[in-house]
Design a protein around this ligand. Structure first.
Ligand code: ZN
Length: 139
């Protein structure tokens, strides 16, 4: 008997989330524009204080939209860290000090005499194994 695991992954929640936030932005936008309109309406009328309040609320709403937009943009620009375990092996020739970096290969270990030197007849020794190109933050 074969029971196959149909692993249909959950539908990406990112999509619906962005739709919800978009809807929220649109609603807030409509309301803030409405408040601004109301504010300007009553500003020229008999109620300038209330108009002031409306304008403040409307401006705050627009500011919130700007903030949200900026934030979502900032989040979306941060691409999910794809775990690229890029490991490199550093080889050094003890006789001529030639240094070489190549991709890590299975069986590599530090102080292992690996491949022959391309410059002299010596054998290159692995002096280090580490991850490739980790952006180091400098102060
Ligand atoms: Zn050499």
């Amino acid at each position: 008997m074969t029971t196959r695991m149909t692993d249909a992954g959950p539908q990406t929640p990112m999509m619906s989330l962005s739709w919800v936030s978009l809807a929220v932005v649109v609603v807030i936008g409509i309301f803030s524009l409405l408040f601004l309109w109301l504010g300007f309406q009553s500003f020229g009328g008999e109620n300038p204080d209330q108009g002031n309040l409306y304008i403040v609320v409307g401006t705050a709403g627009l500011a919130a939209i700007g903030y949200m937009f900026f934030r979502t943009k900032a989040i979306s620009s941060q691409k999910p860290p794809v775990e690229k375990a890029e490991v490199v092996t550093i080889l050094e020739c003890p006789s001529c000090d030639l240094k070489r970096v190549r991709d890590f290969q299975r069986g590599d270990y530090v102080y292992k005499s690996d491949e022959s030197c391309t410059r002299c007849e010596g054998t290159m020794t692995i002096t280090g194994i580490h991850r490739k190109a980790e952006p180091k933050k400098k102060r």
